[in-house]
Design a protein around this ligand. Structure first.
Ligand code: GRF
Length: 200
């Protein structure tokens, strides 16, 4: 029996994308196993979701490093050392709100993918949903979307593995658009993992 691909999922917040991955695995749509969930925020609801599904969790905050006068390099080096023994086949950044640098990514070459709630080349960085909605209201765009890409040192860039367009309608509130976009993310993150695991 070949072992299933081993996923580590990084979260920072509600973990709705983590939940989408869990659901896809439990329903048989994704032949993989989540061996660890990492969060940089103690209050992340995603940690509760992981625990409810018996998935080991690792809370790894940046604050102690800052308070000890250490930089992000030490934080990320320790993070890499903590997760390496798990032997991940894929590290999924799903709602992870911390930019991982080149040194970390180099430890897991071509194995880190990132979900971003915007289309390639648009609205990189934080508040992408809000910025897209504002751009729509200014008449600058007709739709937005989400993507999953191979993580590279440049923020929210890298080869795209999966993407989905998300329409915006005149009667939309920001919440209406955000809900539609999150629903697209929940599908796209699973599609991307499936494609990654079946790359030639
Ligand atoms: C998502 O839009 C994700 O792309 C962004 O945070 C939102 C919530 O993600 N980074 P989740 O519910 O924590 O998966």
């Amino acid at each position: 029996m070949s072992s299933k691909p081993r996923l580590i999922v990084f979260i920072s917040g509600s973990g709705s994308n983590l939940q989408a991955i869990i659901d896809a695995i439990n329903s048989g749509h994704l032949a993989a196993e989540i061996i660890l969930v990492v969060s940089n925020r103690k209050a992340a609801q995603g940690l509760v979701r992981a625990a409810e599904h018996g998935i080991p969790t690792l809370y790894h905050p940046l604050r102690p490093y800052r308070e000890a006068g250490q930089g992000r390099a030490a934080y990320e080096s320790d993070l890499a050392q903590k997760i390496r023994p798990f032997g991940p086949d894929l590290v999924v950044l799903a709602g992870w709100m911390h930019i991982l640098g080149a040194d970390f990514l180099r430890q897991f070459p071509q194995k880190v993918i990132n979900l971003h709630p915007a289309l390639p080349g648009q609205f990189a960085g934080t508040q992408a949903i809000e910025r897209a909605f504002a751009a729509y209201q200014r008449g600058e765009i007709t739709h937005s979307g989400c993507m999953v890409h191979l993580a590279v040192p440049e923020v929210d860039a890298g080869p795209v593995i999966a993407q989905a367009e998300v329409p915006i309608y005149p009667e939309d509130t920001l919440d209406d658009f955000a809900a539609r976009l999150h629903a697209a993310e929940h599908e796209t993150i699973v599609t991307a993992i499936h494609r990654f695991l079946h790359l030639p």
